[in-house]
Design a protein around this ligand. Sequence first.
Ligand code: DGL
Length: 257
Amino acid sequence: MASVDGFIGVFDSGVGGISVLRELVGLLPHEDFVFFGDSAHNPYGERGVGELRELSGGIVDSFLAEGAKAVVIACNTATSAAAAQLRLEHPSLPIVGVEPALKPATEHDPHDRILVMATPVTLRLDKFHRLAREFGSGSEVIAVPCVGLAHRIEQGDLDAPDLLELIEGLVGEYAGAVDSVVLGCTHYPFVARQIRQVLGDVPLFDGGAGTARRLRSLLSEASLLSPSKGKGRVELRSSLRGPGVLERYEEFFRMKA
Ligand code: DGL
């Protein structure tokens, strides 16, 4: 049974989910968070749905075994592939996913042409097609599967020229030709500056803040908000062993967006 004293488990295929974690900690500073980056299996966005469900299920089970009171899937790809199944398996657990922020992009003017950058799996699965049908009918939605981008961000060294070249190759043809960009992968907010360098000064939308608000309202509905007045604990963990891994996570956590 979930307790107000439990922690909130947050996971992604690696450092990307830290962009969501920062929003969560900002909105809910009194909560305890355990972040798990599954960097050993990155990139999720180029794996099969069955495997993603298995990986996500294992992570949620271990959070629950340690007393998590809620889970945030800080990954568009894992949300699309596994959120529905996880909710069926854990009906009383608050589970919040993240989805491409197409709705806010369509509410922003102008919104004639919206570029969506996301992983191949996110763009292939139903969730995105449903979103596009629900909110994208008044816009031209250009969906670009950004193969290799999350994995490259995972390596760090974000100012290196090869990263800019990769972005240029993926979306450079849309420079000056779109009204806004949806960052449909939680890794991408960390290269917002580089994306603007390629595409021009366009508004960028990501799902982090909406996810934090959704978590707060689910916790409040379930009377699970922490009564503590002090600052909560934030613990970073990774499936990847080796020197420097958690230091890199810390760096992303402190990075200026
Ligand atoms: N950060 C994840 C997402 O939001 C997945 C990136 C990946 O591992 O491919 O989709």
